[in-house]
Design a binder for this molecule. Structure first.
Ligand code: 9MR
Length: 357
């Protein structure tokens, strides 16, 4: 008995030290222990801001260019490719041991004027698109491990959006449903057979007509050998009563098809006052949304990455998009201080890391 008591005592005394030694020290560390990538969308013009670079390198193990690899950045004119901003992101990521997600190769929005207003015919558009995919993907081969090949091709009813690439005039596959998307994936696979190829979409995170259409498309692609490896669920959230059980169910059905899921553009915007401040209670409710989404992803082994769209409230697309009425959407505040949302992500990931597999 005396032995047992002292043994217990020793165990008790040592427990905090053992716990401390194996406890994750930040988001990056906790994500690694949980077996998931944690990323942020980045703007290379901000790397010179010390707090931006330090926080990014310390807390994340993946980056994605918010804009730097889009047509409007890379293709200022038809005959030129400008990889300057994208290359800067690659250098930053490599210097800090981070993975790079590429975004995006096919999108109907925000294309350069010469392309959008160029009145190209389908044969010319087809050539332009194949050449763009091949040139950009080969430039980043071995550096970008996963690409959003096609972004936001569906409307809220799950129907294909009218678009330059589909039917206005399209690359020659108009009225053939998702065939133009499949063609883009085939070109992408030819360009870089090692890269993971994703379909990335907004507002199809839970169970609705859009996510049903994504599911049907991926199922069809897998059945016909179209090279798709994953679905990006953007997760721009604007309400605080998110149905995270539906998100978990959607992730489960997608991963059951044999593709990965990445949460690609996570943020939870809040109403803010004229100085950009949210209500304290909203920050706590926001944290629970973050917790629920991270939990939903970690429940499924095929959900391999969680990425926020930016990481500090100082730099986020939400402010200008909402004309200053919403903001405070990210895990770090404007002074780079971790918010309750950060704590929630960290706690969920650490809990997963400590659960037996
Ligand atoms: O945050 C991005 C913003 O800086 C750009 O001006 C805009 C147009 O290229 O794209 C924003 O990012 C979008 C992403 O590429 C696709 N999903 C929606 C994102 C927010 O609009």
């Amino acid at each position: 008995m005396p032995f047992r008591i002292s043994f217990r005592l020793v165990t008790l005394l040592l427990a905090p030290a053992i716990l401390f030694a194996s406890s994750p020290q930040g988001l990056r560390d906790s994500a690694q222990s949980a077996g998931v990538l944690v990323g942020a969308a980045v703007r290379p013009s901000l790397f010179s801001e010390a707090a931006y670079s330090e926080t990014l390198a310390r807390e994340f193990n993946m980056v994605e260019p918010e804009d730097a690899m889009k047509w409007w950045k890379v293709r200022l004119s038809q005959g030129t490719y400008d990889f300057g901003d994208g290359d800067e992101i690659v250098r930053f990521a490599q210097a800090h041991g981070m993975k790079i997600r590429g975004h995006c190769l096919v999108w109907d929005h925000h294309n350069p004027e010469w392309l959008a207003q160029g009145h190209f015919n389908p044969a010319q558009l087809s050539h332009l698109l194949q050449e763009h995919i091949a040139t950009v993907m080969k430039h980043y081969a071995g550096q970008v491990f996963a690409w959003d090949v096609v972004n936001e091709a569906l409307d809220e009813h799950g129907h294909l959006r009218d678009s330059l690439w589909y039917n206005q005039p399209g690359i020659g596959l108009s009225d053939k449903g998702t065939a133009y998307i499949g063609q883009a994936f085939r070109w992408a696979h030819e360009a870089d057979p090692q890269a993971l190829l994703f379909y990335n979409e907004a507002e199809g995170e839970g169970l609705n007509r859009k996510s049903d259409a994504i599911y049907a498309m991926v199922k069809d692609f897998k059945a016909r050998g179209v090279p798709i490896d994953g679905v990006g669920l953007q997760m721009h959230v604007a309400q605080l009563d998110l149905d995270t059980a539906a998100i978990a169910a959607n992730i489960a059905r997608l991963t059951a098809l044999g593709v990965q899921v990445h949460i690609t553009e996570f943020d939870v915007s809040l109403p803010v006052d004229s100085s950009g401040q949210p209500r304290h209670d909203d920050l706590l409710r926001q944290a629970e949304v973050y917790r629920g989404v991270v939990h939903a992803c970690l429940q499924s082994p095929g959900c391999a990455a969680i990425q926020t769209w930016g990481f500090t409230d100082k730099w986020s697309w939400i402010g200008s998009h909402s004309h200053g009425t919403r903001g405070a959407a990210l895990p770090f505040d404007r002074a780079y201080k971790p918010k309750p949302a950060y704590d929630a992500m960290f706690e969920e990931m650490s809990a997963k890391a400590n659960r037996p597999h």
